[in-house]
Ligand binder design. Structure first.
Ligand code: ADP
Length: 502
């Protein structure tokens, strides 16, 4: 384990930020929870308390939704010129970049991810999402329509569609990319002219609170963005079920996604969901293994495997099997584990005790069901939620480690003989359909296989490439709707047809 001596020392703004209990943002004002209660936020690298935040519950949900409702029904945001709205979004992106180091440190401290990843990926991607979306604010367009109404043959009409903001949106996000998931959600919802109540995950609320202040600093009017810190059942559930919410956008586990649908069903709120995955990653014999092996390692071990799109089922064609198994195991063994704030660390701890118990439970189940642990397979160190990067071989498609989303640094490696329908069947043989990877130098095969994989994203000779312009989301039980790209705006817009007799 790396020692504390080498740690990045927290900057003054970060120390200041965590030194006092953080309040919720409601109607443009930072406020305590109605109950006055707070809860602790932990550093997953050493299990110590790093901050306290407001423990928001139903009473706070009522206030935040009322503020968002008022801001939508009467406030300036939905009525502002698209250009003015776009400038505020752009400014949020700029402020994220200006505060990059502070946000990166908060993210690494609270989530456990390596500081270099937070600095190089999470924070710049969050800024880029706002910059990308800022451009869309002025490009939300309807169509003009040519009607041929059979029962009024002599009439003439001027008909067109308008795209209007959907209203008050509840957004509930997870802990694996706390700032980036907030950006993915807030960028488009604000661009569309909606107002929001955002609930970050209870494990990782800090960067979303800091982002909310940056949104205010950029000129977002009061009540447009409200942020409630709280737990799933006591804050998320009443938010998802609230009668004054028009739409719920959720990212998290498939299990909770189903609860969200039920909560929203009562008054038929619109719902979009970005859920779990068990993504196949396929290495063909004709692949460049010098690229495919590190690529497959990064596909599963990036962010400690805590990615909904992690390449957790690795299929390798027979001739290359031994080399890939050995290569990915070597890569796993060479990953330096340690606190995210140590710049030497390449993999940090899992985010929480719950997550640690879940992943180590899967490792036990794999052993019991007869999988062979080629490397890793256990806890690393004695404090913090570290788990060794793990490679399992000899798994069957009936095992839990093969079927269920582990959300940790654990890959199952399976051989296959031919590139045929059976390979595609096995790759698609999961309830999920979020992402897939393919490694080959044969372009024809690449296209054919990509077309047959039932997944929202297919990466060929690369993995985990994200861009604000590229839609991301799932087939099957991986979700409803897409994040990012122009596609995501559909989540937050209603289409109105206007028909005039002329
Ligand atoms: P994980 O299992 O990976 O922790 P979850 O799906 O439980 O992910 O959590 C994602 C988000 O959903 C978090 O913000 C969490 O508080 C919230 N959440 C959990 N349970 C509920 C629920 N019943 N209703 C609404 N939100 C919930």
């Amino acid at each position: 384990m790396n020692t504390a001596v080498d740690m990045v020392s927290l900057s003054a703004p970060v120390k200041n930020f965590v030194s006092k209990p953080r309040q919720a943002l409601i109607d443009g004002r930072w406020q305590d929870a109605r109950s006055g209660e707070t809860f602790d936020v932990f550093n997953p690298a050493n299990e110590s308390v790093i901050a306290r935040v407001a423990d928001c519950k139903r009473a706070d949900v009522d206030l935040a939704v009322a503020a968002a409702r008022k801001a939508f029904d009467k406030g300036p945001w939905p009525r502002m010129s698209p250009s003015a709205r776009g400038r505020i979004l752009w400014k949020i992106g700029d402020l994220i970049l200006e505060n990059l180091e502070e946000l990166a440190q908060l993210e690494s401290l609270n989530n456990g991810k390596p500081i270099a990843v937070a600095r190089g990926a999470d924070v710049p991607l969050a800024a880029d999402l706002f910059h990308y979306m800022a451009g869309w604010a002025t490009k939300i367009e309807g169509n003009s329509l040519s009607l041929s109404v059979p029962y009024t043959p002599d009439a003439q009409y001027h008909a067109y569609t308008r795209k209007e903001p959907i209203g008050v949106v509840a957004q509930i996000i997870p802990w694996n990319f706390p700032l980036l998931m907030a950006a993915w959600k807030l960028g488009p919802v604000l661009t569309a002219g909606c107002t929001v109540v955002l609930k970050p995950a209870e494990e990782t609320p800090l960067s979303a609170l800091r982002l909310a202040q940056l949104c205010l600093d950029a000129g977002l009017p009061p009540g447009v963005l409200n942020v409630l810190t709280g737990f799933g059942e006591t804050c998320g559930a009443p938010l998802a079920a609230h009668s004054q919410v028009d739409k719920v956008a959720f990212t998290g586990s498939t299990e909770v996604g189903k609860l969200i649908v039920k909560a929203a069903a009562n008054d038929l709120k619109k719902v979009t969901l970005e859920l779990g995955g068990k993504s196949p990653n396929i290495v063909l014999d004709d692949a460049d293994l010098d690229v495919a092996i590190p690529g497959a390692a990064s596909a599963i071990f990036f962010n400690h495997g805590q990615c909904c799109c992690a390449g957790s089922r690795l299929f390798v064609q027979e001739k290359s099997y031994d080399r890939v198994l050995e290569g990915i195991s070597k890569a796993a063994r060479s990953i330096r584990l340690g606190p995210g704030l140590n710049p030497q660390s390449e993999m940090g701890p899992l985010v929480s005790k719950t997550q640690f118990d879940r992943v180590t439970g899967f490792l036990r189940s794999g052993k019991e069901e007869g999988a062979r642990t080629v490397c890793g397979g256990k806890r690393y160190g004695e404090t913090g939620y570290f788990v060794e990067p793990t490679v399992l071989d000899g798994t069957s498609d009936k095992m839990r480690v093969y079927q269920e989303e582990i959300f940790g640094p654990v890959v199952t490696v399976m051989p296959f003989k031919e590139v045929d329908d059976e390979l595609i069947r096995r790759a698609n043989d999961t309830v999920y359909g979020l992402a897939a990877g393919l490694w080959t130098s044969n372009i024809k095969r690449a296209h054919r296989i990509a077309n047959q994989l039932r997944a929202g994203t297919v990466w060929v000779n690369c993995y985990n490439i994200f861009d604000a312009s590229m839609p991301f989301g799932g087939y099957k039980q991986s979700g409803w709707g897409r994040e990012m790209g122009s596609e995501v705006l559909k989540n937050y817009l209603e289409t109105k047809s206007v028909c005039m007799s002329i």
